[in-house]
Design a protein around this ligand. Sequence first.
Ligand code: FO1
Length: 312
Amino acid sequence: MSGHVLALSGGVGGAKLAFGLARVLDAGQLTIIANTGDDFRHLGLAISPDLDTLMYTLAGLADPIRGWGRHEETWNCLEALRQLGGDTWFRLGDRDLALHLERSHRLAAGESLSAVTDGLRRRLGITAEIAPMTDDPVRTKVRTDQAWLDFQDYFVRRRCEPVVREIAYEGATTARPSAALQRGLTGHTLRAIVLCPSNPLLSIEPILSLPGVRSMLAARTVPVLAVSPLIGGQAVKGPTAKILRELGLAVSNATIAERYAGLIDALIVDEADADFSAPAGMQLLTAPILMNCAADRVHLAATLLAAADRLR
Ligand code: FO1
């Protein structure tokens, strides 16, 4: 089937489905847009975790246990940094550092995050297009019972322990969607748009919060499908369930459906949640959505695209 697929992704779960989509689709048929709300400057370096998790996952370099950072990694620099009294709470491996160094100096030389990312993914042999949601600064902030926290401070340094009261995407109202995101939403002969199984609040909604994105999605003429990040009322990975509870939201597919209401044509849930009834206007598809291996990722991607083609 021809046509371009646009995938919105953040975090480890999203990258796994993106991997499956890249395997099923031909080169040049897939654009993956990464959340950049988790980005931050650390030790003088420009860090873009969701872009990096996507690149490492699609290049087959990701650490299979952590999901982020590289496999076969060494930690000599971090150990030397600890001896010097530097900040080591955000674990940067020796090979991972090369990516942050290269991105940081190219950004400092005036390149856009889109241009830098395109160069890096090509160097890593990735044929899918990978792009940031915007080239402007957008930063996810978490208001907790203690204070407003930067995302990585909340997520990594404080291990998601503070109680979340509010999530904000600083800079989103004035940020411009990246060229790849705009092209993906309005340009290509689109086949489908996929919201990957990432935390809606932390990974997908920062992308949706950019000016015009929700309206371009609502005006779409191709199927938009979302994969739930929950299985049986539990998050597959990360703090999704805890954050939903702390925000007073049910940890259920009803909440996921509500967050995406009006934007998606179908919600894919796990077979364990087949009894869920989707709201009017939203089709429910059930499939195994837990991805433990490459074959799972490819199978879910193929299932998703077949469903999209039936919805057209
Ligand atoms: N997550 C952690 O829980 N601990 C870390 O030390 C850590 C380091 C890290 C380094 C590079 C990178 O690209 C990601 C890293 N992550 C780490 C994951 C990151 O915080 C999350 O993947 C995203 O921000 C949320 O999905």
